[in-house]
Design a protein around this ligand. Structure first.
Ligand code: HPA
Length: 237
């Protein structure tokens, strides 16, 4: 463990400040919301670049919550440091996605079993063949079981992590290949977990439908996010 690498240029935490299990979200204000509404005794350990990170307890169990920003390069930096410099074992990302199938309901949950991508991140790290980044099966199974217990509507399957939010040059019909949704980070997170020998899972709340162009109202979006956050927290117990 490279303890001497902490703090880092992106994270003010010292080795030991961060729990072995971290819930991450793109938006640091969503992290503040989780810390203030769900954690007991949250302690802020980072505000470099506004990428808030807190450690506290959830139902007595020590966990951390931290922002990761938007896109693969951003989550790659934060998750790399957590896995390789801070001794983090599990990262659960909570985010939103666009559904690629008309029947997927807004506000429902997609568990990203695996991720395809238009990103060159794997190649950049020296993976020169078609590696398939996957979620940790233990975390995935626990998420599915917990979602069932909580009565949440969910699907599990492949997602597409795109480098572009606006526009795409891809000719592939991802939905035809069974891909459930599009987001921007799962691929980078899963590659980093694989390379570090650690565990990761991405849980997504469907915020819009790419086919039907339906979108959640701000109120519905909040309910969907709360369901997803509570699911992620319950997995850590
Ligand atoms: N594309 C990428 N990321 C997203 C989307 C989308 O349509 N919706 C929510 N996150």
């Amino acid at each position: 463990m490279e303890k001497n690498n902490t703090p880092t240029p992106h994270n003010a935490a010292r080795y030991g400040d961060i729990a072995p299990t971290v819930i991450m979200a793109g938006d640091p204000l969503r992290i503040k919301f989780i810390a203030e509404n769900y954690l007991e005794n949250p302690v802020l350990y980072n505000e470099v670049r506004g990428m808030l990170g807190y450690t506290g307890t959830y139902k007595g169990r020590r966990i951390s919550v931290q922002g990761h920003g938007m896109g693969i390069p951003s989550i790659a930096i934060y998750s790399y440091e957590l896995f390789n410099f801070y001794g983090v074992e599990n990262i659960i990302r909570v985010g939103t996605c666009g559904a690629l199938r008309p029947e997927t309901k807004l506000g429902s949950i997609i568990l990203a079993q695996a991720s395809c991508s238009d990103s060159s991140y794997g190649e950049t790290l020296g993976i020169d063949r078609h590696f398939s980044p996957v979620a940790d099966f233990g975390l995935l199974r626990k998420a599915a079981e917990t979602a069932e217990k909580m009565g949440l509507e969910y699907e599990a399957g492949n997602v597409m992590a795109s480098d572009a939010f606006y526009g795409s040059s891809s000719k592939t019909d991802w939905a035809k290949l069974g891909v459930l949704g599009v987001e921007m980070e799962a691929y980078g997170l899963y590659i980093n977990a694989a390379m570090a020998g650690k565990k990761a899972l991405t849980i997504l709340s469907v915020s819009d439908n790419v086919v039907t162009h339906e979108e959640l109202t701000p109120q519905e979006r909040q309910t969907g996010l709360r369901n997803m956050i509570e699911l992620a927290l319950n997995i850590t117990l």
